[in-house]
Design a protein around this ligand. Structure first.
Ligand code: ADP
Ligand code: MG
Ligand code: MG
Length: 897
């Protein structure tokens, strides 16, 4: 019998003070469903409903878009339970149960999927609703909303069609706001809506509630595969295999008059992290109205209203009793989840209903403050606080804001929707933002309001301005998630899309004019404005301190200039992991001597030229050593092919010849002689040191002399780590080690000083990794040069990869660009092999990474697993690396438990 077989459970009920699921079941029920269940069990007022699992969605896609057997029965059963709790019946003309159909994936994907409200309404039930509520106007307002949403989401009809019909009615009646329409007006609108639907699809608007329900369920499943959802998933690394759940929930009505309302709230301020209830609501409105930016909502609290200078009452003032209850519930939720919550609620005729809660998205600044505050309040531990902040998001804090002392030519003020400042050229469409922004132009996207279709354009823009919408409008929420500065609801801005311009305070700003926005104050300014560097103390300093306490990996920076080295130390770098000496050679004051060296006919000539370079190199190193105050400094000897230093076009040759007195013909000849078919694999790296030892000797001498000089001044003794690039064989390393030691010994003997130094190599060739044991005989450290190691492992040139890598990512052959995030399988295996074989020969061989990957959190996690000693990254990424290293250490420890 079917009853005795194990049946898959596709439906989980919630409401009436209990639930089948709970907050831990996000994978199965989606975030929304799991939290609705949890809130029900906590005894909070949640309209009853049920969740169709993500497994049903996966089943749907794995089986040619068909529903699992039993689903229909289980849904019917779920409906019966809801009917019992509410005392209403689905499709019943006199006492109709209406439901919302809501998508909800494991990770929240705001605005990605569509919700249908008021489902179950038809020509009969609308009459029942009218009688039951005693409010015919409300009933028909709900019906027209339903027709519009359902037609858009399920029947795929354009919503403009409905807006036009409504506008026609309003024009004819000379009424300007929706609230001015009466019951009869809405009835007429509904009749026109239905006619329009029938004209468009050749069939009437579905009247059967069950047909409506399954249509909506199908649409939620379908929306999992729409373009916006796919794009969002790719952007946030959400696998397609997670699927979405569907929540079917009895309706509550915020549009039942002035004792009703709907709103959204954050338990703390999601922009600043301030521990104050924060949010917006609308009296006599339904769910989507608040986020859609159609009416501008009001603040929840009196304080916030006063601060904004708003005249209309806050929720605290308009609905004081419900507000008190709400505050209580919200506090309970935050303590229960131990994190800042993002909440949706509705008040139906004075009764509060909770519709959603989730951990709130927040800016990096707020994430820091909330994490530090929660730990200080004792709600979470310091380690949990460290885990709460997304390392990459620190980027937002490490970049400039507007200098408060510089004059601002403000042309409009809106809401401070997402902090940070940005300057760029005005564009009016997401497509253009994508096009220009993609080609590296700084653009500011200026829109009436944004919608999910604009998401790529928003991503490509430096900042976003909208004329309408509140702090929780689509633009605001998405911009905060992306870390883009955003000003929303700048009502003074009047956009004329056709003319390609906007007007504000009498100014006309045309497309491509430059504006500046300050997402922290809501100001929009003409032209560009002076920016200042970020503040690194306060919560940032506190959290970084906690991170440093748990981290095992050291963090160094890649730096060769004094400025970079100072920035790096300011950000907490514990040394330099890569100083590229060739950058010092390109200095205009030196390149003449470098060219003279390249043109020299013999060793003596080269040595003479090198003698000119030596004091300059020494000076560079002295400066770096002083800044680093005894921290290790890894200096890589000359790496690029020498022809990179020569002029190439005839014009350049002439100019160089004239400026330096070098012979033009000889310059040309030498450049031609040195031409290489494949310079990346050519005469470069330590091959230069092997063929022209005097170059490396000069560099080693400059390093050791500089170290002696700094030590002699009584400063902390520098720890130079002399690094030979592109070594492939043990014999090469042996030769270079001898060269280095011989030269160093000479210098130290001359100066009569002892200085500790190390000699090592950059591992950037597969052979070097595989034969790491041979290298370790002579090398005291390895630094994984993962930029070149990735190039040489894949045989892909990074500079040319742009042409085809996207196709690989789109086709799922690569997950991510291996030049951005370490290919842990291939390149990572080489690192593991090198670490193992190196340590087998020299147990204390020092291991680090200095490629771009040294600042990528996922790659850093890998480095922790393999047990490297340090990572090195660009100065601005040092804090990101410190935090990522701490999280990796905590993650590894958790695993061992
Ligand atoms: P999103 O994930 O885009 O926020 P939701 O499913 O949460 O979509 O719903 C959209 C809006 O509809 C929200 O404002 C929500 O509060 C409201 N809403 C959803 N279900 C109901 C319901 N049963 N009764 C009243 N409002 C609802
Ligand atoms: Mg929601
Ligand atoms: Mg290299």
């Amino acid at each position: 019998m079917a009853d005795t077989m194990v049946k898959t459970r596709w439906v989980y009920a919630f409401g009436g003070g209990s639930a089948d699921g709970d907050a831990s079941m996000k994978n199965l029920l989606g975030g929304k469903g799991a939290n609705l269940a949890e809130m029900s069990s906590l005894g909070l007022p949640v309209p009853p409903g049920f969740t169709i699992t993500t497994e049903a969605c996966n089943h749907y896609y794995d089986n040619g878009q068909t529903y699992p057997p039993n689903l229909k029965d289980q849904v019917a059963e779920g409906l019966r339970t809801v009917e019992k709790i509410t005392g209403k019946a689905f499709g019943d003309a006199s006492n109709p149960l209406l439901v919302s159909v809501r998508s909800g994936a494991r990770a929240s994907m705001p605005g990605m999927m569509d919700t249908v409200l008021n489902l179950g309404l038809n020509d009969e039930t609308v009459e029942g609703l009218a009688k039951l509520s005693g409010d015919r106007r409300f009933a028909f307002d709900s019906y027209r909303r339903f027709i519009q949403m359902y037609s858009n989401v399920v029947l795929d009809l354009d919503h403009h069609m409905f807006e036009e019909i409504l506008d026609d009615h309003k024009d004819r009646l000379d009424i300007h706001v929706d609230t001015g329409l009466s019951a009869e007006h809405w009835e007429a609108v509904v009749a026109d809506y239905k006619r329009a639907v029938e004209d468009e699809r050749g069939a009437p608007f579905p009247q059967d509630p069950n047909e409506q329900l399954w249509g909506a369920v199908g649409a939620v499943f379908a929306s999992w595969m729409n373009d916006r959802a796919k794009f969002y998933r790719r952007m946030h690394d959400i696998p397609e295999s997670w699927g979405t759940a569907v929540n079917i929930q009895s309706m509550v009505f915020g549009n039942m008059g002035d004792g009703s309302a709907t709103g959204v709230a954050f338990t703390r301020n999601p922009s600043t992290g301030d521990n104050r209830l924060y949010g917006e609501f609308l009296i006599n409105a339904q769910g989507e109205d608040v986020v859609a930016g159609i009416r501008t909502p009001q603040p929840l609290t009196k304080i916030a209203r006063e601060e904004m200078g708003d005249k209309n009452p806050s929720m605290e003032e308009a609905l004081p009793e419900v507000f008190a209850q709400f505050k209580d519930v919200v506090g309970k939720l935050e303590r229960h989840y131990r994190d800042m919550q993002d909440i949706e609620f509705t008040v139906e005729q004075g009764r509060l209903y909770m519709l959603q809660t989730r951990n709130g998205k927040r800016t990096a600044k707020a994430a820091l403050k909330v994490a530090v505050d929660l730990a200080t309040e004792g709600l979470i531990t310091k380690e949990e606080a460290v885990m709460r902040v997304e390392p990459a998001s620190l980027d937002q804090l490490l970049h400039p804001t507007i200098d408060p002392s510089s004059p601002r030519d403000v042309i409009a003020t809106g809401l401070p929707a997402s902090p940070g400042a940005a300057t760029g050229k005005v564009v009016f469409t997401a497509e253009e933002a994508e096009k220009l922004g993609g080609s590296g132009e700084a653009v500011i996207l200026v829109r009436e309001e944004t919608s999910p279709e604009d998401i790529r354009g928003m991503d490509a823009a430096r900042g976003i301005v909208t004329a309408r919408g509140g702090m929780t409008s689509h633009a605001a929420v998405v911009a905060r998630g992306m870390g883009r500065p955003c000003v929303s609801g700048a009502g003074e801005i009047h956009i004329d899309g056709r003319a390609g311009e906007f007007r504000a305070r009498g100014e006309v700003i045309r497309a491509y004019d430059v504006i500046t926005i300050d997402g922290s104050t809501g100001q929009v300014m003409k032209g560009s404005v002076k920016m200042i560097e970020p503040e690194l103390s306060g919560d940032f300093g506190t959290l970084m301190g906690w991170a440093d306490q748990v981290r095992r990996l050291k963090v160094r920076a890649n730096a060769e200039t004094a400025l970079d080295a100072e920035t790096a130390r300011g950000f907490g770098a514990e040394g330099i992991g890569l100083c590229r000496t060739e950058h010092m050679f390109f200095d205009p004051a030196r390149i003449a001597a470098v060219r003279e060296m390249i043109l020299a006919d013999d060793v003596a000539g080269r040595k003479a030229a090198l003698a000119k370079i030596l004091p300059m190199q020494r000076k560079d190193f002295v400066e770096l050593f002083k800044i680093m105050e005894g921290l290790p400094v890894t200096i890589r000897l000359l790496d690029p092919p020498l022809h990179e230093f020569l002029p190439h076009t005839e014009e350049d040759v002439q100019a160089v010849a004239q400026a330096t007195g070098l012979d033009a013909a000889k310059l040309m000849r030498r450049a031609a002689e040195m031409h290489e078919v494949n310079p990346m694999l050519g005469h470069r790296g330590c091959r230069l040191g092997v063929s022209y030892p005097e170059i490396y000797e000069m560099q080693v001498r400059a390093i050791i002399e500089a170290a002696c000089e700094v030590a002699a001044e009584g400063r902390p003794a520098p720890i130079p780590e002399i690094m030979h690039p592109l070594v492939a064989k043990g014999e090469e390393m042996k030769f270079l080690r001898q060269l280095t030691d011989r030269t160093a010994k000479e210098v130290l003997a001359e100066k009569g000083v002892t200085i500790q130094y190390m000699v090592g190599t950059m591992v950037e060739l597969p052979r070097a990794a595989i034969r790491a044991g041979d290298l370790a005989e002579h090398a005291e450290f390895f630094s994984f040069g993962t930029n070149d190691l990735t190039q040489t492992t894949f045989g892909i040139s990074r500079d040319d990869s742009g042409r085809f890598l996207n196709a690989y990512i789109e086709k799922g052959i690569f997950d991510k660009d291996p030049f951005v995030s370490l290919d842990q399988e291939g390149v990572g295996d080489l690192i593991k092999i090198a670490a193992e074989r190196g340590r087998a020969v020299r147990p204390d061989v020092k291991l680090g990474i200095c490629g771009e990957h040294g600042g990528d959190p996922a790659s850093i996690e890998f480095c922790e697993k393999v047990g490297l000693d340090y990572v090195s990254c660009s100065p601005y990424r040092v804090p990101i690396a410190r935090l990522a290293a701490a999280q990796a250490a905590i993650g590894e420890r958790e695993k061992d438990r």
